[in-house]
Design a protein around this ligand. Sequence first.
Ligand SMILES: *[C@@H]1O[C@H](CO)[C@@H](O)[C@H](O)[C@H]1NC(C)=O
Ligand SMILES: *[C@@H]1O[C@H](CO)[C@@H](O)[C@H](O)[C@H]1NC(C)=O
Ligand SMILES: *[C@@H]1O[C@H](CO)[C@@H](O)[C@H](O)[C@H]1NC(C)=O
Length: 159
Amino acid sequence: MGINLLHLFPLLLLPLLATAEIPQELFLVPPEPLILDYHNGPLLTGNYSVNIIWYGNFTAAQRAIVADFITSLSASTPAPSVASWWKTISLYKGGGVRITLGSQYFDTKLSFGKSLTRTNLSQLATNSGTHRNSITAIFTAPDVLVEVRSAREIIRDRV
Ligand SMILES: *[C@@H]1O[C@H](CO)[C@@H](O)[C@H](O)[C@H]1NC(C)=O
Ligand SMILES: *[C@@H]1O[C@H](CO)[C@@H](O)[C@H](O)[C@H]1NC(C)=O
Ligand SMILES: *[C@@H]1O[C@H](CO)[C@@H](O)[C@H](O)[C@H]1NC(C)=O
């Protein structure tokens, strides 16, 4: 008898779980509209790794925040999560990209100085090696100036 009950229990539980997980309202609500305007530009698709260049000194905690965020983009965590937000891209025509954390490089000696031009940035990214299907993100310490778009538009880039 005891054994029979144990076998029955999961079977009885299953329909209950199924109704609990799918609320009735779900069937009445239309799918969420695409909230971002799509201007028909190309979308990133496929699998990419993000390599990080740490330019300057960062604490382990600062680096962990960034690394964890990148890792969370394609984690299999249920919504609401960074991964479910990131999946929004796949709602757009041809979109959908899987991001993984690639290599991390450290430039604590500031080999291009404390003021980076766009040329310096691309040189810095190239020096870390160019890899197929990878994106390089450069993080600069608070005391490093970074040129953005034009020589007149110098911003202070902080983590
Ligand atoms: C991306 O990676 C996943 C899992 O590793 C794989 O199933 C899929 O085919 C890959 N997609 C492309 C476009 O390489
Ligand atoms: C980063 O830290 C190292 C070791 O403490 C030090 O030698 C180096 O000068 C620091 N770099 C900057 C840009 O402050
Ligand atoms: C950084 O870029 C500027 C021009 O954009 C160049 O003059 C300078 O030599 C570069 N610095 C290094 C260390 O290559």
